[in-house]
Design a protein around this ligand. Structure first.
Ligand SMILES: C[C@@](CO)(OP(=O)(O)O)[C@H](O)COP(=O)(O)OP(=O)(O)OC[C@H]1O[C@@H](n2ccc(N)nc2=O)[C@H](O)[C@@H]1O
Ligand SMILES: Nc1ncnc2c1ncn2[C@@H]1O[C@H](COP(=O)(O)OP(=O)(O)O)[C@@H](O)[C@H]1O
Length: 280
C-alpha cells in the first residue's frame, strides 16, 4: 500500500488584530498568516485494517482528542469501511505555542488521506471539514500564506517577500480559549484600511499574555534587541524577522538555555501542496 511522508508546516501570525466578539462567542479577527518551511513530519501508510493508529503522538493527548485522529475520522464517510491507516508523527513544533502545529497536523492528515483513501474531496470541501476541527486548520488546507478575516477561515492568498524567522518558545503553555475568554483582552481594533507593515500592526493578545506570563515578556524583550519581533497567535512563541538565514542563525546560537528555538524561511505555498501536486 502507498506510503506518504509529508511536512506539516508551521505558521506565524505576522499580526493579529481582534475586531470584535461574535454572537457565537468566537472572535472576529484580522490576521496575516505566513507559512514556514519548517514543521512536524508525518508518514501515512494506508492499510485495510479499518482503523487509524498513530505512533509518536504526544502522550498527554488521548487518541480520540488528537487532531490527527479527529481529521482522519472526518474522512471516514468518504471511504470504504475496511480502509485504515498507520500514521507516524515526528513532532518538532511546540504544542499550544501559536505556531499551529496541531492544526497543521490535522490539515496534512486531511490532504494525505484524501489522496490515499481516494475520498475525492476538493480543497474547499476539505477546508470546510477542517474548520470544524479548529479556526486555524483552513489556512493549512489551502496551503497559502494569506490575509485572514472571520475566525481565520475567510482567506485571501498573499505573496509575501521572503524572510527568515527566529521562532522562540519560552517554555510556557498558553491556552487559546483562556486568552480569548479573558476580560482584559482588547477586542475593538478597527479593520486595516491601508497596507500592513511590522510597524503599523500588532498582536492584540500580546499585552495580556505578557502580563500573565512574564517569560513571554522576557523573550520578546530579548528578541527586540536584535530585530523587529512579535508574539504569534495567542502565544507563547515569539518571532524575530531577518532578511538572511545567517543573521537569524547567529542570534539562535546565543539563545538562553531555558528557551527552545528554530530558524525557518517564509513560504507562500505549502510544501505539502507542492509534493501532492495540489493546485493552489
Ligand atoms: C489565535 C489563533 C490565530 O491564528 O491561533 P493560535 O494561537 O491558537 O495558534 C487562532 O485563531 C486560533 O485557532 P485554533 O487554535 O484553531 O482555535 P480553536 O481551536 O478554533 O479555538 C479555541 C478557542 O479559542 C477561542 N477562539 C478561537 C478563534 C477565534 N477566532 N475566536 C475565539 O474566540 C474560542 O473560545 C475557542 O473555543
Ligand atoms: N497532533 C497534535 N499536535 C499538537 N497539539 C494537538 C494535537 N492534537 C491535539 N492537540 C491539542 O491542540 C492544542 C493546540 O495545539 P497547537 O496547534 O499546537 O497550538 P496553537 O493553536 O497554539 O498553535 C494543544 O495544546 C493540544 O492539546
Amino acid at each position: 500500500m502507498a506510503v506518504l511522508t509529508l511536512l506539516a508546516p508551521a505558521k506565524l501570525n505576522l499580526f493579529l488584530h481582534i475586531n470584535g466578539k461574535r454572537a457565537d462567542g468566537y472572535h472576529e479577527l484580522e490576521t496575516l498568516f505566513t507559512l514556514l518551511d519548517f514543521g512536524d513530519e508525518l508518514t501515512f501508510e494506508a492499510n485495510e485494517k479499518g482503523s487509524v493508529t498513530i505512533e509518536g503522538a504526544p502522550s498527554d493527548i488521548n487518541l480520540a482528542d488528537n487532531l490527527i485522529f479527529k481529521a482522519a475520522q472526518m474522512l471516514r464517510p468518504y471511504t470504504a469501511q475496511t480502509t485504515g491507516a498507520h500514521i507516524v508523527l515526528n513532532k518538532r513544533l511546540p504544542m499550544g505555542g501559536g505556531v499551529g502545529g496541531g492544526s497543521s497536523d490535522a490539515a496534512t492528515t486531511l490532504l494525505a488521506l484524501n489522496e490515499l483513501w481516494n475520498c475525492q474531496l476538493n480543497v474547499s470541501e476539505l477546508a470546510n471539514l477542517g474548520v470544524k476541527l479548529g479556526a486555524d486548520v483552513p489556512v493549512f488546507v489551502r496551503g497559502v500564506s494569506a490575509h485572514a478575516q472571520g475566525i481565520g477561515e475567510n482567506l485571501l492568498p498573499v505573496s509575501l517577500s521572503e524572510k527568515f524567522y527566529l521562532v522562540v518558545s519560552p517554555g510556557v503553555h498558553v491556552s487559546t480559549a483562556a486568552i480569548f475568554g479573558h476580560p482584559d483582552l482588547p477586542r475593538d481594533t478597527p479593520k486595516l484600511s491601508d497596507g500592513w507593515s511590522m510597524e503599523n500592526t500588532r498582536n492584540d493578545c500580546e499585552v495580556l499574555v505578557k502580563k500573565l506570563y512574564p517569560e513571554v515578556e522576557k523573550t520578546l524583550e530579548w528578541l527586540l534587541k536584535y530585530a523587529p519581533s512579535k508574539m504569534t497567535g495567542t502565544g507563547a512563541c515569539c518571532f524575530a524577522e531577518f532578511t538572511s538565514r545567517e543573521a537569524a542563525e547567529r542570534v539562535l546560537q546565543t539563545l538562553p538555555e531555558n528557551w527552545q528555538g528554530f530558524v525557518a524561511k517564509s513560504v507562500n505555498c505549502s510544501p505539502v501542496h507542492k509534493q501532492l501536486n495540489i493546485p493552489l
